[in-house]
Design a binder for this molecule. Structure first.
Ligand code: HEM
Length: 426
């Protein structure tokens, strides 16, 4: 990697890998500085391999579009320090991945695996699930109303609703959901002290490898998969369990990886943007009034809350060959961080990007990524949120914060972890 003038100042570089920076305004201050001064610089941080940092909307799009040049699988597709990287490689016979999911693959394998479930996630197929999801949404709204006007919205609604939906589509029975909720939080929130496994206190960093959590998921889904092979049903688990790759049944490891990516990617992300939306509305009575008065603005509210929260903060890519990109000389195997939450506040693309507007149009946010790996569940996520707001907004008035909300501490996926609100039932 070339260095010196491209090096990002230490105080900004360290924020990029510091989970606590993502729980407050600090990460956005760093992003704003980088967009203005060093939009494609290099972070050199003790304990981490150096990486390029991509903060402008246009550059993130371009890197994502060129997926033969910027790879997912060559190194870890999420940010990890050297120690964790080495331990994973030791455990996995040299591979940098604990799992083999879509986010760990490149062509020619990636499209083969993606196509297995792609049709299932299209709006035409999802439409038949609208009524089932609405029933789940009504139950979530009733739970909130039953609190009598004061609740932690994350605990009462945002955590359970998307979990319930994703478990329903996977075919996980309701009684197993609390266990799945705990496992997902442990996997994604692992750097947040309040969400980490009790036996995973800081003593041994190796625990952060999340091995135990992945093993629990693995065991659970192995049973589900065997059941769906024996007796297929009309759910996503049956599609995955019975799928074929190059004329052969999908391997157990890959089927497990598929369940895990859907279960985890489909839950925390949607929870975060759902809670982010209510937080923004609680602080902006005029925006709440606008969308309550005109429900046709609900899809706009959904998109704006996804832009605003950008639950997936970063993904990594690896440069496939020596290349000049955006005026920078890059080398094969260079690592690169895509900062979606920065692209989503890029002044060159969004008017008043720091404002939350339910009627923002256009809203070309990057929160679902772009290109070959663009979020498989984006239509489901948007449909889920639309239905929740259609059910919830007519039922509440006078929404406001009833305490200080808190964000989780994580540099990969994060969002509100507590959101105390007061409301009046309409
Ligand atoms: C990939 C965001 C909801 C399943 C991704 C990526 C992002 C993302 C940024 C990587 C895109 C890229 O590399 O270009 C989000 C957000 C969500 C959400 C913000 C909610 C607001 C969901 C849901 C599901 C899901 C509900 C499934 C039930 C997936 C899968 C991938 C993915 C399987 C990997 C796709 C691939 O690599 O080909 N998502 N996601 N996501 N998402 Fe989502």
């Amino acid at each position: 990697m070339p260095s010196s003038d491209l090096k990002i100042p230490a105080e900004h570089a360290s924020n990029l890998v510091n989970p606590a920076a993502y729980a407050g305004p600090r990460i956005h201050e760093t992003y704003a500085w980088l967009r203005a001064n060093q939009p494609l610089g290099i972070a050199e941080i003790e304990g981490f391999d150096p990486f390029w940092v991509v903060t402008r909307h246009a550059d993130i799009l371009e890197v994502s579009r060129q997926n033969a040049l910027f790879l997912n699988g060559a190194r870890s597709p999420t940010i990890v320090n050297k120690e964790i990287d080495q331990r994973v490689r030791q455990m996995m016979g040299g591979s940098p991945h604990l799992l083999r999911t879509l986010i760990h693959m490149d062509a020619p394998d990636h499209p083969k695996y993606r196509i297995l479930t792609q049709a299932w996630f299209l709006p035409q197929n999802l439409r038949r699930m609208e009524e089932r999801i609405r029933i789940i949404a009504r139950a979530a709204v009733d739970r909130m109303l039953a609190t009598g006007g004061r609740c932690d919205f994350v605990r009462e609604v945002a955590l359970h609703y998307p979990l319930h939906v994703v478990m329903d589509i996977l075919g996980v029975p309701e009684e197993d959901e609390p266990r799945m909720l705990q496992l997902t939080q442990e996997l994604f929130g692992a750097s947040d002290p309040e969400l980490r496994r009790k036996d995973e206190e800081q003593t041994d960093e190796a625990n952060q490898l999340r091995r135990g959590v992945i093993a629990d998921f693995y065991n659970y889904f192995a049973k589900l998969s065997a059941a769906r092979k024996a007796e297929p049903r009309d759910d996503l688990a049956s599609v995955i369990a019975n799928s074929q790759i190059d004329g052969r049944p999908i391997s157990e490891f890959e089927a497990m990886s598929y369940y895990i990516i859907v279960a985890t990617a489909g839950h925390d992300t949607t929870s975060s943007s759902t809670a982010g939306a209510l937080w923004a509305l609680a602080e902006r009575p005029a925006e709440l009034a606008k969308v309550k008065a005109d429900p046709s603005l609900i899809p706009g509210l959904v998109d704006e809350s996804i832009r605003w929260t950008t639950p997936v903060k970063t993904f990594m890519r690896t440069v496939a060959e020596d290349v000049e990109f955006a005026g920078r000389q890059m080398r094969k195997d260079d690592w690169m961080m895509l900062c979606y939450a920065s692209g989503n506040r890029d002044e060159a693309v969004f008017d008043d990007p720091q404002e939350f507007r339910v009627d923002r149009s256009p809203n070309k946010h990057l929160a679902f990524g772009y290109g070959a790996h663009v979020c498989l569940g984006q239509h489901l996520a948007k449909m889920e949120m639309r239905i929740l707001w259609e059910e919830l907004l007519p039922k509440i008035d006078q929404l406001e914060l009833a305490g200080e909300p808190k964000m989780s501490e994580a540099a990969f996926v994060n969002g509100p972890k507590t959101l105390p609100v007061r409301f009046e039932a309409a």
